[in-house]
Design a protein around this ligand. Structure first.
Ligand SMILES: *Cc1c(COP(=O)(O)O)cnc(C)c1O
Length: 225
């Protein structure tokens, strides 16, 4: 046990999240024992951002957990996680996407992914630029994928206390998502996930249309890096 009331925090967060919005409990940097507390309280969807850490937890925790990979994924590590994720939310380049597709074909699985879009002002954040993403779809490059299902978009707002700026970022991400989802000429199926919002800004994200929120600190407390 820890001094953090994981079950209580989880209950409070879930009580606030509207129906139709899924909670990813972001458990990165927290030990399996703390994830178990959330699992015992009913949570089944968790988010991890580092391959090695994810693999260790995945091995030791119940098999009905749905794992979302949410961190930058290095191409040399793709193979290790194929078949073990419910959703890779952080596809940030075409090279990565094509590799996920090849490794999924080799493994005989279909991997569900989100395209990560970069709108935040920090240069350090990964993701496709909006124009790049738009181009990827208008060039119909997704048609080359055989074993990857692009389910939607993931994005992050700028890391700032300026809530107008945060809202503006979420609005941009949502508008990119809508433009692709509503373009019937693309013939996409099951492109219906918009993942945005973290502990500090998820309510704004939901107001702007998010249907997945990724919340860590609010549930598990501060991470020790
Ligand atoms: C760490 C992380 C989160 C969770 O952040 P909190 O502020 O702890 O809720 C959400 N999304 C991504 C991509 C992350 O890396």
């Amino acid at each position: 046990m820890t001094d953090i009331d994981v079950a209580g925090n989880l209950r409070e967060v879930l009580a606030e999240i509207p129906a139709g919005v899924e909670l990813v409990a972001v458990s990165k940097f927290h030990p399996a024992s703390i994830i178990s507390e959330a699992y015992d309280a009913g949570q089944r969807c968790f988010g991890e951002s580092r391959v090695q850490e994810f693999l260790e937890k995945e091995k030791s925790l119940p098999s009905d957990i749905r794992w979302h990979f949410i961190g930058h994924l290095q191409t040399n590590k793709v193979k290790q996680i194929i078949g073990k994720t419910s959703l890779i939310e952080s596809v940030d380049s075409q090279k990565l996407l094509d590799l996920i597709d090849r490794e999924s074909a080799k493994a005989g699985v279909v991997t569900r992914v989100l395209m990560q879009v970069h709108v935040a002002k920090e240069e350090t954040k990964f993701g496709f630029y909006p124009e790049e993403l738009q181009q990827y779809f208008s060039d119909r490059k997704f048609e080359n994928l055989t074993n990857t299902h692009i389910c939607g978009i993931m994005g992050m707002a700028s890391n700032t206390d300026d809530i107008d700026r945060v809202r503006e970022d979420f609005r941009s991400i949502a508008s990119i998502y809508r433009r692709i989802a509503d373009d019937t000429s693309l013939g996409l199926r099951g492109f219906d996930i918009l993942s945005m919002g973290m502990s500090g800004d998820w309510k704004i994200a939901v107001e702007e249309g998010a249907n997945i929120v990724r919340i860590g600190t609010r549930i598990f407390g501060e991470r020790e890096y």
